[in-house]
Design a protein around this ligand. Structure first.
Ligand SMILES: NC(=O)c1ccc[n+]([C@@H]2O[C@H](COP(=O)([O-])OP(=O)(O)OC[C@H]3O[C@@H](n4cnc5c(N)ncnc54)[C@H](O)[C@@H]3O)[C@@H](O)[C@H]2O)c1
Length: 266
């Protein structure tokens, strides 16, 4: 990547977003966005001290005005990585749909007009989005910005929709589908769009879920590589997907899960 290129990272203040920022540190100008102002400030300071050109924009990805400010700071971009998201123990189901599903759609709506030849984007989904058949939710995934999101989800999934674990799985499958759909618009503008689905990764979120959900230890045990992943390992996958090495890869999801989904029969 050239030194004058712009990389936008949404969710850059912690975990995998932070690792993505380190991986892209010397690829050009970094626009780091996160809703956590103090952690974002720290990330910008650390990257700047390491010689990166980094700028922070406080942004909640569910707020259109915030996203516009990030887009204005960035302009036409080379790479965009969306890691911001909420896990089951972090919020009630409604907010999980709001951030993971509607937030992803808002990011894609805001940044698609800034795609140009060579642009590439990666949205963070999850192995959770591979663990059931979510095809009944397709009409919602194809229009998550229409009003009454929760009502429309209830009409399909009933009471299960209010379970934060189900909300996480549904919303992450929705991210994968949104990426497949928006890849067409990005392709027409000369860009590529993909998603990654991490397995259990050792980040603040990963540690919180491991502590709250004992069954997650079984997932690690059933993972062919027999361990959790590291944030840098997923960041490197995102870097590859944004690079010219991935020039014919678009509209698909990459599992970065140590082989868990393949081995688990889902
Ligand atoms: N850690 C895992 O085991 C794991 C596994 C699969 C998928 N994922 C997904 O990967 C992504 C990154 O996870 P992580 O482990 O790095 O999480 P993390 O909690 O360590 O970091 C997430 C960052 O996103 C920010 N964020 C949350 N909601 C936001 C919003 N509305 N607007 C702007 N910023 C917001 C947080 O402030 C935080 O800095 C998430 O989308 C998560 O669902 C994580």
């Amino acid at each position: 990547m050239k030194t004058d290129e712009v990389t936008v990272i949404l969710g850059a203040a912690s975990g995998m977003g932070r690792a993505v920022a380190v991986t892209f540190a010397h690829s050009g100008r970094l626009i780091l966005a996160d809703r956590d102002e103090s952690a974002l400030k720290l990330a910008v300071e650390e990257l700047s001290e390491a010689g990166a050109s980094a700028e922070g924009v406080v942004c909640d990805i569910t707020d259109v005005g915030d996203l516009k400010r990030v887009a204005e700071a960035a302009g036409p971009f080379r790479s965009l990585v969306l890691t911001a998201g909420l896990s089951p123990t972090m919020a009630p189901a409604e907010r999980i749909y709001e951030v993971n599903l509607r937030g992803t759609a808002l990011v894609l709506e805001t940044f698609t007009p800034l795609v140009s030849t060579g642009s590439a984007g990666v949205c963070f989904a999850s192995t959770a989005g591979h663990m059931a058949d979510f095809s009944a939710y397709a009409p919602v995934f194809d229009d998550p910005l229409a009003g009454g999101l929760l009502d429309r989800l209830h009409a399909i999934g009933g009471d299960a929709v209010d379970d934060p674990h189900w909300a996480y799985m549904v919303s992450k499958n929705g991210v994968q589908r949104l990426v497949r759909r928006y890849a067409k618009a990005w392709g027409q503008l000369g860009g590529r769009l993909t998603s990654v689905s991490p397995g259990i990764i050792d980040t603040p979120m990963g540690r919180q879920e491991m502590a709250a959900q004992p069954f997650m230890a079984n997932i690690v045990e059933d993972t062919p590589l027999q361990r959790q992943g590291l944030a840098q390992e997923v960041a490197r996958a995102a870097h590859f997907l944004c690079s010219d090495e991935a020039s014919f890869i678009s509209g698909c999801d990459l599992l970065v899960d140590g082989g868990y989904i393949g081995a688990s029969g889902f």
